[in-house]
Design a protein around this ligand. Structure first.
Ligand SMILES: *Cc1c(COP(=O)(O)O)cnc(C)c1O
Length: 354
C-alpha cells in the first residue's frame, strides 16, 4: 500500500476470487463455472470478420442484447440492464442505492461481494445470521428499513427461498430497493421475475457466467422497473458507458437464443447434481438440498480445509472457508459425470486414510 491511498480505500477488504490456476491442469470444481463449453452459435458468430470490427466502439446502450434478453422473458428493453458480469451490475446497484446514510441488509453467509461493495461505497452492512440449518430467517428481513440484498438460491448454501417468502421481503420493504441475486436460478429454483410488474422496488440480478457457460466473457444483467434501470444507467454512464465489449455482446445474444443448448446443459448439470448428492450422502456427508450448480457439504470426520487439501493433492480443486460457521463445509461445483467420478474416487481414498 502506498502512502497516497486515501484512508477510506485503505480500509477496504477486497474480494478474493477463487483459485484460477493458469499452469497445472486441475479438475476445477471451485468457482461454479459450467463444465460445458458455450453454445456453438456463440463459436460460429465470433468470426474473423466480426472480430475485425474491434476498431469500433461497442454500442453503449447494448440495445440488441437488451432486446434479446427482454424478448426471452416477455419484457421490454427498458426493463433490462446489462453489465460486465453481474459483479458489475451489483456494483452499480450498490453505488445507486447505498451510501453512508443508506445502509444495506444482507445475510451473514451469502455472496462475499455484498460486504466488499458495502465497504467500497462506505455503507453499513447489517448482517442477519442465517438459521442453524442455513435457511434464511425471513422474518428478520421484513420491515428492515434499508436496502436489502440476498442471493436466491443462496450461495454457498444452494438453499432457495420459496417465492411467497421472497415476496414478503419485497412487499414489507416497499420504500427501499430489494436486490435479489438470481445467479443460480436457472438450475431449478423459482424466479421472482413474475413479481416485477407488482413491485417497483425489485431488482433481479442475473448472470451468463453459470448457466450460459460464459464466465470468461463477463456478462451480467438485471431486470427492474424502467425507473430503476435508468438509475443504474445513470451510474454506468458516469463510470463506463462502453462496459460491454463487442465480442461479449454478440456472445450474449447468441447464447440467449440457443434455448435447446441451454436446456441440454441445465439438464446435464441438474441430473449430475442429483447423482452427486446421493453419492456424497452415502459417503457420510451432510449435503444441503442445493438448487444451484454446486453442492454445499460437510463431513463429521474431516474439516473443509483438510478435505480440500486432500483433493488438491489429487488434482481436484474445490472451495473451503476460514470462517467459524463454515469450518466443516466445502462447496463442490457440479462438473461432468467423469469429473464427479474422479471426485468420488479421490474422496474414498481420502477417507480411507482418516
Ligand atoms: C458467480 C456469482 C456472481 C458473479 O457472477 P459474474 O456474472 O461472473 O460477475 C454473482 N452473484 C452470485 C451469488 C454468484 O455466485
Amino acid at each position: 500500500m502506498s502512502d497516497f491511498l486515501i484512508p477510506a480505500m485503505q480500509r477496504l477488504s477486497p474480494y478474493v476470487p477463487g483459485e484460477q490456476p493458469q499452469g497445472k491442469q486441475y479438475i476445477k470444481l471451485n468457482t461454479n463455472e459450467n463444465p460445458y463449453p458455450p453454445s456453438n452459435r456463440v463459436l460460429d458468430a465470433l468470426s474473423r470478420e466480426f472480430i475485425s470490427q474491434l476498431n469500433l466502439y461497442s454500442d453503449p446502450t447494448a440495445l440488441s442484447l437488451r432486446h434479446t434478453i427482454a424478448d426471452q422473458y416477455g419484457l421490454s428493453p427498458e426493463n433490462v440492464f446489462t453489465a460486465n458480469g453481474s459483479d458489475e451490475v451489483l456494483g452499480f446497484a450498490f453505488r445507486a442505492f447505498c451510501d453512508a446514510s443508506h445502509p444495506v441488509t444482507i445475510p451473514d453467509i451469502s455472496y462475499g461481494f455484498y460486504r466488499v461493495y458495502a465497504k467500497l461505497f462506505e455503507t453499513e452492512a447489517k448482517q442477519i445470521p442465517l438459521n442453524e440449518d442455513f435457511t434464511l430467517p425471513v422474518d428478520k428481513f421484513l420491515h428492515v428499513n434499508t436496502t436489502v440484498a440476498f442471493a436466491n438460491p443462496n450461495a454457498p448454501t444452494g438453499i432457495a427461498l420459496p417465492l411467497s417468502d421472497v415476496e414478503k421481503i419485497i412487499a414489507s420493504n416497499q420504500d427501499h430497493v430489494v436486490i435479489v441475486d438470481e445467479a443460480y436460478v436457472d438450475f431449478g429454483a423459482e424466479s421472482v421475475l413474475s413479481l416485477l410488474p407488482k413491485h417497483p422496488n425489485l431488482l433481479v440480478v442475473r448472470t451468463y457466467s453459470k448457466a450460459y457457460s460464459l464466465a470468461g466473457a463477463r456478462l451480467g444483467y438485471a431486470f427492474g422497473s424502467p425507473e430503476l434501470i435508468s438509475d443504474l444507467d445513470r451510474i454506468r454512464n458516469s463510470f463506463h458507458p462502453y462496459n460491454i465489449n463487442r465480442l461479449t455482446m454478440l456472445a450474449g445474444i447468441e447464447a440467449m437464443l440457443d434455448r435447446d443448448y441451454f436446456d441440454e446443459c441445465i439438464h446435464k448439470v441438474t441430473s449430475e447434481r442429483k447423482r452427486a448428492m446421493t453419492v456424497l450422502r452415502s459417503l457420510g456427508f451432510e449435503v444441503t438440498d442445493s438448487q444451484g450448480n454446486f453442492l454445499f457439504a460437510a463431513h463429521p470426520a474431516l474439516s473443509g480445509k483438510a478435505y480440500y487439501e486432500g483433493l488438491k493433492d489429487r488434482g481436484i480443486l474445490v472451495r473451503y472457508w476460514d470462517e467459524p460457521r463454515l469450518y466443516a463445509h466445502i462447496r463442490i461445483t457440479v462438473g461432468t459425470p467423469e469429473q464427479m467420478d474422479a471426485l468420488f474416487t479421490a474422496t474414498k481414498e481420502i477417507f480411507a486414510e482418516v
